[in-house]
Design a protein around this ligand. Sequence first.
Ligand code: DAH
Length: 334
Amino acid sequence: MIKKLEDYISHVKKFSSQDSNEIESFKIEFLGRKGLINDLFSNFKNVPADKKKEYGQKINELKNLTSKKYEDLKLGVKQSSKSSREDYTKPGFPISSGSLHPITTIKNRIIDVFYKLGFGLSESPEIEDDWHNFTALNLPEDHPARDMQDTFFIQTDPDLLLRTHCSTIQIRHLEENPPPAKVIQAGRVYRNEAISSRSHCIFHQVDGIYVDEDVSFADLKQMVLYFAKSMFGKSKLRFRPSYFPFTEPSAEVDIYWGLETETDYKITKGTGWLEIMGCGMVDPKVLENCNIDSEKYTGYAFGMGIERIAMLIYQIPDIRLFFENDVRFLNQFK
Ligand code: DAH
């Protein structure tokens, strides 16, 4: 009788299968309600008293062994079916990396050019006060030139506004730093404008100032020439007289883009020329507003729209594309 139990034990130990039907049958055969182990238990009463102890131990051993075997085999089937669904020959998922926004790329390039010319980089608040955005830049209250820059005011404080240009750095920097001063600011500006293919309420500018003894219009022209060559690889320029309240004289700079392609005709409206920036000699009034001796010091200032520069370099026809964040557009700048 004991010998039979030992045979069962060694059978269970040896049993192995990957087939779930076979494994279930194994379980029913041994552990089922009418299975072998229950039979052996009911046979317990017929076992001679001196063998009962050994018999009991063997049945329990068989029962535990069988349950454990069944669980192990079931787990094996589960794992092998999972791994058979995984195809290790498939190519991996490509890791898609992002890229800098074209405005950021162009902004960084512009900063690099001015860095080489010795300009530092500075920052000032986007929520600005009237003094730094207008008054100190020679745009007193009620000055008609304020209309050139339709402004978003902060409702709760009539003195605060969203800066309409980066020229604020001229005042912010000169108030704190006596000349020589050579600095640019690159950042976001806000104007209450109708959104169209050429303008937008939010855009980006770079503005700069150089103030020292004997800074002249010739220095300004040299700087613009270096900038045009570095950014566009072009050096034919013209300075058109213009008006900005904070510079006198003032100019707008055009570069000769050429008329080689159809796009050249389109973007230059058939003239071959494109405007790239505004500039001029710092108005003495602005220097005085920053407590700088305008007899001793002179300076030049300039400002440009980053979107405009990016549109020229990448030949982008519509400013709104920069703000829509359409991946099909952005993917082209990887
Ligand atoms: N602030 C001007 C604007 O937003 C651009 C500008 C023109 C800036 C001439 C300058 C400058 O510093 O000298 O339209």
